[in-house]
Design a binder for this molecule. Structure first.
Ligand code: DX5
Ligand code: ZN
Length: 221
């Protein structure tokens, strides 16, 4: 059984109070923090860049799970490595050079993670699964928090878990988008073990929300 991780997404935090929110995330017992980087090109929205990540690093020992929703992510890997990223997720849809980019992330000493959008099949990443520490299955279309979980993505989580076993590989499966106390159970049952949650935790109540999500995961452990 793989360990479960909940990764609060600071996309839904109060950007004027990042330091306070990082402390709250740590106090809630989370081990990961999910950091969404959006360039206004690969996705319509713009969030923040490596400078913000570097500032956050000075206030936190959490695992920085950096989700790059940017075109040509291979051009930005060094700056996020320097900023203190632990895991870098890059979209297969965002670069013609996914294989080399994933290799570089590992060479720089970080964990490599490949992401597929809801419309992208597992087959698009099958040949790089041996290069990754994590696969991120988007359970909404990327760009904005607060969207509804797309249940049709569950089948891809099952396919990935099966492929991992069939090929004897070792990677975590993360889900991102629309995760709440109902959908987390569906994703866990399909085979995911890392769960990003933004609006559910920040609009509801971080501490209570974390407890509730952990409770659901304990039942499914
Ligand atoms: C969406 C981002 C998510 C976002 C999830 O493109 O990648 O990480 O913060 O937010 P919720 O949990 O509100 O769907
Ligand atoms: Zn994300």
């Amino acid at each position: 059984m793989r360990k479960f991780y909940i990764a609060p997404s600071i996309l839904s935090a109060d950007y004027a109070n990042f330091e306070t929110d990082m402390k709250r995330i740590e106090a809630s017992g989370a081990e990961y923090v999910h950091i969404d980087i959006m360039d206004g090109h690969f996705v319509p929205n713009i969030s923040f860049g490596a400078g913000v990540v570097a500032s956050l690093r000075r206030h936190s020992q959490l695992v920085f799970d950096c989700h790059l929703m940017v075109s040509n992510p291979e051009d930005h890997l060094e700056e996020f490595a320097r900023a203190g990223a632990d895991i870098i997720s890059i979209h297969v849809e965002a670069t013609p050079h996914i294989h080399g980019a994933l290799q570089r992330i590992r060479q720089m000493g970080m964990k490599a993670s490949v992401v597929i959008n809801p419309g992208t099949p597992v087959a698009a990443i099958e040949h790089v699964l041996g290069l990754v520490d994590q696969v991120l299955v988007m359970t909404v279309n990327p760009g904005f928090g607060g969207q509804a979980f797309l249940p049709e993505t569950l089948d891809k989580i099952r396919q990935l878990a099966d492929l991992r076993q069939a090929k004897g590989l070792d990677f975590d499966i993360e889900v991102d988008g629309g995760v709440d106390d109902q959908t987390i159970e569906l994703a866990a049952q399909a085979g995911a073990n890392v769960f990003v949650a933004g609006s559910y935790l920040f609009n509801g109540g971080l501490e209570e929300g974390m407890d509730k999500l952990r409770q659901v995961l304990t039942v499914n452990d």
